[in-house]
Design a protein. Structure first.
Length: 459
């Protein structure tokens, strides 16, 4: 029996034998109001990590019914002169688009985070801005659409920056993406792009540990950008022509935004504690943070008396990804991806690779509960914990922390076996091995999820 069959079997057994009296837990679960498009993204440069690799990660915060799909898009060739229809714009298609894996909201074409076959990774955050400039064209492109185009067309992070700049210059951001932050990385460097509807600036990341919440951070110096950044702001009285210019201050009303500033500073504080020794597990802990041990901590977490206490992990975190980008690794495992569905504090990170196919359960579901959607199953567990966080979270964390400890060891063994096959010229066996391993980890996590849901239902 293949691991894929085992994975599907777990779904079948659990839902076939669910007692009718307990169907309330799953049925008639309509959209829940609340949440906002605010995210937290982290990027670590080689000198800050234990293995000398760049690591990028993101908590994607949307709303409690923003079902996330994990998708793989294959490399494709396209006819000369063909176009691609985005939400509002139809733009020229590239001659060839690269293979990528990413996380997207169920009804979106664009992605919130992902990585391509050249180990170019990107994550996007919304940013608050007072600017409502008219786009260069009638509607513009969404930030998630631009992120997908970067994965499809770029072989390094700097190339992604250039593409973002050209797209913003040509089309602008749409009305839903007025302020956007893009964090890009490849195995050698990282960049951050910050943009309004039709202006943008970009800086190569120099700080060993860097973060973004939902406010612009680039000040008076940047490496690339629109030609008239300072002049445009001065002309509109957003900046004093006699003072030092700051992009963030000029293009943001009431900068700094303290709820974003607090999250940014908290992330940096946590990462600085182990700078030079940071590993994937450290990012997992940061993405589960609720300001524990600080004046902003409230218990139970996720429900705040003040938005200043809005933490990195919230009940409307839709997904969390961590990607380690390794130099000199075969394409199949160069990007080690850790996928977490729903809020990290009530979920588990599972290793995955771009060389693998995606189980169908990871790309199913919409804004209404579905038993066929893996995301909704983790979301259900999260909601159960929220009902009595104090007495339920420890059971979940104990279960999933033990599994993550095992996964971190399994990854070492699986990657070594992959390399043994690859170096002996058996690339097909290597690909099948890492495919099976990825599915095994997902099915093992699903088994633990089923056990936890059974305890929730039958207690």
């Amino acid at each position: 029996m293949t691991s894929k069959k085992s994975y599907a079997f777990l779904f079948l057994v659990f839902f076939l034998f669910l007692p009718p009296s307990l169907n309330f837990f799953f049925n008639d679960a309509g959209p829940i109001e609340g949440g906002s498009k605010e995210c937290t993204t982290l990027v670590l440069l080689p000198d800050s990590t234990a293995d000398g690799n760049i690591i990028i990660g993101k908590n994607r915060d949307l709303n409690e019914s923003a079902c996330q799909h994990v998708v793989i898009q294959e490399r494709e060739n396209h006819p000369l002169g063909s176009t691609i229809k985005c939400r509002w714009e139809e733009i020229p298609q590239a001659k060839q688009t690269y293979r990528w894996i990413g996380s997207k909201t169920w009804d979106s074409w664009g992605i919130g985070m992902g990585v391509n076959e050249y180990s170019v990774a990107i994550a996007i955050n919304d940013a608050s801005t007072n600017i409502r400039e008219k786009s260069q064209s009638e509607r513009g492109l969404g930030g998630d659409e631009i992120a997908r185009l970067v994965l499809e067309r770029c072989r390094n992070a700097e190339g992604g920056v250039g593409l973002i700049g050209r797209l913003v210059d040509s089309y602008g951001h749409d009305e839903d993406s007025v302020g956007q932050i893009y964090v890009l990385a490849d195995p050698t460097e990282a960049w951050i792009v910050e943009g309004t509807t039709s202006h943008w600036v970009a800086e190569r990341v120099e700080q060993e540990v860097e973060a973004r919440a939902n406010q612009f951070q680039i000040g008076g110096e940047w490496d690339l950008g629109s030609n008239d950044i300072a002049e445009y702001a001065t002309d509109h009285a957003w900046a004093d022509p006699h003072a030092d210019f700051s992009f963030a201050e000029a293009y943001t009303e009431n900068w700094p935004l303290n709820h974003s500033k607090n999250r940014y500073e908290r992330a940096i504080q946590l990462l600085e504690q182990d700078r030079g020794k940071l590993v994937v597990e450290d990012l997992m802990q940061v993405f589960r943070d609720h300001y524990e041990g600080t004046e902003h901590y409230e218990f139970p977490p996720h429900y705040f008396s003040s938005y200043l206490n809005r933490s990195i992990c919230v009940n409307y975190t839709a997904s969390s990804w961590i990607i380690e980008l390794r130099k000199d690794y075969p394409k199949g495992i160069a990007a080690q991806i850790w996928i977490c569905l729903s809020s990290p504090c009530t979920s588990v990170y599972t290793p995955f690779y771009l060389c693998s196919r995606i189980p169908k359960e990871l790309s199913q579901g919409d804004d209404i509960y579905s038993s066929e959607s893996e995301w909704w199953r983790y979301e259900r567990l999260q909601r159960w914990v929220e009902e009595d966080y104090k007495n339920r979270v420890e059971l979940v964390r104990h279960t999933f922390s033990d599994l993550e400890d095992k996964e971190l060891l399994w990854v070492l063994d699986a990657e070594q076996k992959y390399l043994d096959f690859y170096r002996s010229g058996e690339e097909e066996k290597a690909a099948k091995l890492i495919q099976s391993f990825s599915f095994y980890c997902l099915s093992t996590a699903d088994k633990e999820l089923v056990d936890l849901l059974n305890k929730a239902l039958y207690k």
